[in-house]
Design a protein around this ligand. Sequence first.
Ligand code: KG4
Ligand code: ZN
Length: 331
Amino acid sequence: MVILGIDTSCDDTSVAVLKDRTRVLSNVVSSQVELHSLFGGIVPELASRKHVELIGAILERALLDARVTLQETDCIAVTNGPGLIGSVLVGLMFAKGLCLSTGKPMIAVNHVEAHAMSIFLEQEPAFPFLALIVSGGHTVLLLFEAPCTYRLVGTTRDDAAGEAFDKIAKFLGLGYPGGKAIEELAAGGNADYVAFPRPMLDEPDHDFSFSGLKTAFVNFVKKKGVADEDRPHVVASFQEAICEVLCRKTMKAARDYAVSRVIVGGGVAANRRLRALFGERAAQEGVAVFFPSRDLCTDNAAMVAITGSFYAERKLFSPETVRGFSRMVRG
Ligand code: KG4
Ligand code: ZN
């Protein structure tokens, strides 16, 4: 089976071709970082216009790289949310057009589910498992019973983890997007330098909140001032607080739902400190933890294609009336 995957949920235009579940024939990702960094963050209207401009060429590139024609694909999987609605709609309408003109079936894919399922491009964890998805727009815990069957068991009440990284990076003048820059600056820092709060650790539920932590960081820097040589320490302390909360709350959820496998995905899952901390804690708790390769953590269409493949195997196709949506809700 050959699946075409399309993702335009945020600021990357991506098209991939996937064969027989695990053979990624192409995975073209065109980043808009340069455009948005001029403004210090994503400008939604510019993002959707850029997707319109690029999507045709990215499709052509992906088919050429894969040495496959559109007619040779079996179905088209496309993100229909959550994301910036204008951006989501560009990919979704483009996919609908392709399906109408070729007669191929369509599978509308949830972008957050796709971050979780990206692990199957490289590994085969058994179900059930818990997935922590940490990106610029989401910090959610999904409990997967089986392929295509999951529910949202925890979410952030305010900022997403990636958003918190991006906001403090902007505050420090480190540019956009900030997660990678923070990780690099923190690399030589002492993570015990500032005892930043660990929000929501004692709450009985599985939700997160990062806006207070972000404010604590900004207040600390404004009040104390931070010399250049101390910046790595302060930033490392912030990164440690985020990683610690993500890890402890995920392990708590794994215990509460009695699952022994955890998958971590989304852009923030590229963070080396997060990967190391999960590795340590999971070993202590007897939980198996799975991370996709770092370049498959950030947005890409291969993850949409592989998610689509699980639906296609079950003949779970979407009607042509399927709509786009912007927010993930608790189900
Ligand atoms: O999954 P993604 O590419 O797009 C969304 O769906 O949002 O995630 C982007 C987010 C940004 O907030 C970015 O700062 C963060 O992932 N990020 C990182 C790292 N690389 C990307 N955060 C921490 N450490 C990193 N190495
Ligand atoms: Zn994403």
